[in-house]
Design a protein around this ligand. Structure first.
Ligand code: PHE
Length: 499
């Protein structure tokens, strides 16, 4: 194992933790977690979620950071160093985040537009904005521009520096929004009750699966990001402690986001004299339609809080997108031995080009136009299904298999102990988790995820099958490309980054 910290890595342990927390804290925390909590039995879901973070998330995160750290290189080289035949696990861990970057940038563009517009009002503007191509393209470009500036400046000078400023800023903004919302009075207590009082009878197989999926997504697992950030660390970080801190920050922000959203929505419903069930709390509609309405009904202060809210969402989205953009940039830099600035420009340029059709397709959907679809879905939902439902769990599984079956838990724990980790009586449980339990649980998520895709509500869906087959084709192409072009050739390490 290379021990020295190479140039360009994180300068400090806390810098790494903040950057990794920045990757983890994203849209998944700010709206995914609250609305899934509401859908799946309130506080009972929170309980399940925390259990999944502790029992599955922590183990996978340790595996991913460890894989990066011991290889000091991009994911392909990281897996190749373990066994030449599994290098394609790494290629998949680069392709998946690249695809996510394409559509995440469109959503990022929406958040920039909504932040800018907070002062004038966003209520009712969603379809209008989404249906105006030049605006969608412009705002996606601005968002990609933010990411470009940070990634171009490098790991220490860009990602670490930005995370150190932005993560505390996000926390302060979120606290301000929560305090403001809790002071609204009417409806607040009902909102909190809805969100926090558990009803354990609501726990079902489906809610357990939802909690597992959410834990993965929210912790940025199976996206290559933790492998790559891990590769920029050396002996100065303790992997287990850092993992614990990242998981605590991520969960805290998710919980606080719910404390801001539910009381606000219930307050609005109560003032308007309607039931909260009449408000759309799901996905895009919650964030870009319901919340602006809720904030703007409060008056001028509401607009300011709305601005804070969207500024916070931009921060969360930027610190997430830089982590996945870094995955492809790192590979391009190391494989083709080109400068970071050029690699970043190539990746950002490609992201911009790909974001255009995705933005147009989403705009059509929000305006009820049936054009630019694939398998009956807009491009964004399609790519989201391919990556989040099918490919991400597979990537996470591969990280676990690499550690649990190729490196072997005993050796992995031995290496981890060299950097101050003391496992004591947890040694055997951790080994069993790495080798058997976590891979088995991931397989269960994958199985039910695909089953639900192909047989939603137990009825066969040809479109769902199409999505599953495209995902399979991606895996097949990744394997072919790896064995034809990458297995025998040099794929580079962090030392290949030139100034
Ligand atoms: N963990 C992120 C979130 O909660 C997921 C993500 C990371 C998405 C990086 C895109 C890019 O939103």
């Amino acid at each position: 194992m290379e021990k020295t910290q190479k140039k360009g890595g994180f300068a400090s342990g806390i810098g790494f933790v903040l950057a990794a927390a920045g990757s983890a804290i994203g849209l998944g925390n700010l709206w995914g977690f609250p609305y899934k909590t509401a859908d799946n039995g309130g506080a009972a879901f929170v309980f399940l979620y925390i259990a999944c973070v502790i029992f599955i998330g922590i183990t996978i995160m340790i595996c991913e950071i460890f894989l990066g750290r011991r290889s000091q290189s991009n994911p392909i080289t990281a897996f190749k160093k373990i066994n030449k035949n599994i290098g394609w696990f790494g290629l998949l861990a680069i392709i998946v985040p690249l695809v996510i970057t394409f559509y995440y940038s469109v959503l990022g563009g929406y958040t920039v537009k909504f932040a800018v517009n907070s002062f004038w009002g966003n209520d009712g503007n969603l379809a209008n904005f989404a249906g105006t191509p030049w605006q969608v393209i412009l705002f996606s470009a601005i968002f990609i521009g933010f990411a470009l500036i940070v990634v171009m400046a490098g790991v220490k000078g860009g990602i670490e520096k930005a995370s150190k400023i932005l993560m505390p800023a996000l926390f302060v903004l979120l606290i301000l929004v929560v305090i403001f919302v809790l002071c609204l009075g009417e409806g607040v207590a009902e909102g909190l009750k809805f969100y926090l009082v558990p009803d354990f009878s609501k726990i079902t197989g489906k809610s357990i699966l939802a909690a597992m999926g959410q834990a993965f997504y929210s912790l940025s697992l199976g996206m290559g990001a933790m492998i790559v950030y891990g590769s920029y660390t050396g002996k100065e970080i303790n992997i287990v402690k850092s993992t614990g801190m990242i998981c605590i920050f991520d969960t805290l922000i998710a919980l606080l986001a719910g404390m801001a959203i539910f009381p606000a929505v219930f307050h609005f419903a109560s003032v308007e004299g309607i039931s909260h069930t009449e408000l759309k709390l799901d996905g895009i509609m919650l964030m870009f339609s319901t919340l602006p309405k809720v904030f703007e009904s409060i008056g001028f202060f509401g607009n300011i809080i709305e601005f804070f809210f969207f500024a916070m969402v931009i921060i969360a989205a930027v610190t997430s997108v830089i982590s996945i953009m870094e995955v492809s940039c790192q590979f391009v830099i190391q494989k083709f031995k080109i400068k970071r600035k050029i690699a970043t420009a190539i990746v950002a340029g490609l992201t911009f080009l790909m974001s255009i059709p995705i933005g147009l397709s989403l705009g059509n959907l929000l305006n009820g136009i049936d054009k630019l679809t694939v398998f009956g879905l807009d491009f964004l939902s399609f790519l989201d299904l391919v990556t989040n439902t099918v490919l991400m769990p597979i990537c996470a599984l591969f990280s676990c298999l690499a550690v649990g079956w190729f490196i072997k838990p005993k050796q992995a724990i031995l290496e981890l102990e060299q950097d101050d980790n003391k496992f004591g009586i947890f040694k055997t449980p951790l080994a069993i988790m790495m080798k058997f339990i976590v891979p088995a649980l991931i397989l269960i998520i994958e199985f039910f995820g695909i089953k639900d895709l192909i047989f939603p509500g137990n009825v066969f869906s040809a479109n769902g099958l199409g999505v599953a087959l495209v995902s399979l084709a991606i895996v097949a192409i990744v394997i072919a490309v790896y064995f034809i072009f990458l297995k025998k050739s040099e794929t580079g390490t962090n030392l290949d980054e030139i100034d």
